[in-house]
Every structure is written in structure tokens, then in C-alpha cells.
Design a protein around this ligand. Sequence first.
Ligand code: FAD
Length: 120
Amino acid sequence: ETAVSQFIQTVEQAPMAISITDTDANILYVNPWFCQTTGYGLQEVKGLNHSILSYRTTPAEVYQGLWNQLKKGRSWQGRLINRRKNGERYLADVIVTPLTDGEGETTHFLGIHRDVTETH
Ligand code: FAD
């Protein structure tokens, strides 16, 4: 078994919603836990902006704070009010972090989130 197949197995089976976007937050990949949490399938969510998950009630300043951190090349961690495909609202504990190339340039963003509605 190669390291690459182990990495794929890990991401595919991780019990966290994982997403990879381009630098404009357009979704390139999501793992099965993401699909389970949000109700979106991989094929239908690919190419959509990550803002598809916004319930539109989180204050704009929170998103500005998120983007300010990302633009500085830093991770952001916080809670966002998210919306599933079926319209249901959930509270998400979110980590967003820039993925960089060898020169330190941001090439993608990685999102990791989980539904904490129950534990809140
Ligand atoms: P936006 O149009 O996104 O604007 C909100 C603010 O962010 C504005 O100040 C705008 O200037 C700034 N901004 C937006 N895009 C950029 C950019 N490319 N570069 C610099 N500044 C920018 N949002 C959620 O609601 N739930 C999530 O679970 C979630 N997960 C995310 C995961 C990843 C990996 C990334 C990259 C983003 C995630 N976001 C998430 C944020 C999402 O992309 C949106 O910014 C957010 O949902 C607000 O959307 P909006 O259309 O209301 O506002």
C-alpha cells in the first residue's frame, strides 16, 4: 500500500467534513463526511462557492475576519451558522487554513468543519 492511497483513505474516512477550494472559495473536493453533514453530493457541490453553506445570519464581520486571516496566510477558527441542502440550519465549528506551495504562495484553502448543534 502506498502513502498516497493511505492519505486518500484517511481523508475519505475522516469523521470530519473536509473541503478543498481554490483561492476564491470555489469547491474542488469534499469528503463523504462533508456530504453527510451538508446533504450535498460531491458532483453537485463541485464548482459551487463555499458560501453555499452560509445560512446568511452570521454577521458579515465574522466572514471579514475569516478572510483577513486567510489573506495574511493564517488559519481561522470559529463558529458559523450553516445551512444544509434541505434548508436545515446547523451550527458549525470551522477551521479554514491556506494550503501553500514551495514558495509559500497560497494555492488552495482547506476547510474542516463539524456539526456542533447538539453540543452547543
Ligand atoms: P462573501 O462574498 O464571501 O464576502 C464576505 C467577506 O469576505 C467580504 O468582506 C469579502 O470581501 C470577503 N471575501 C470573500 N471572498 C474573498 C476572497 N476570495 N478573497 C478575499 N476576501 C474575500 N462560510 C460559511 O458560511 N460556512 C462554511 O462552512 C464555510 N466554510 C468555508 C471553507 C473554506 C475552505 C473557505 C475558503 C471558506 C468558507 N466559508 C464558509 C466562507 C465562504 O467562502 C464565504 O465567504 C461566506 O460564506 C460568506 O459568503 P457571502 O456570500 O455572504 O459573502
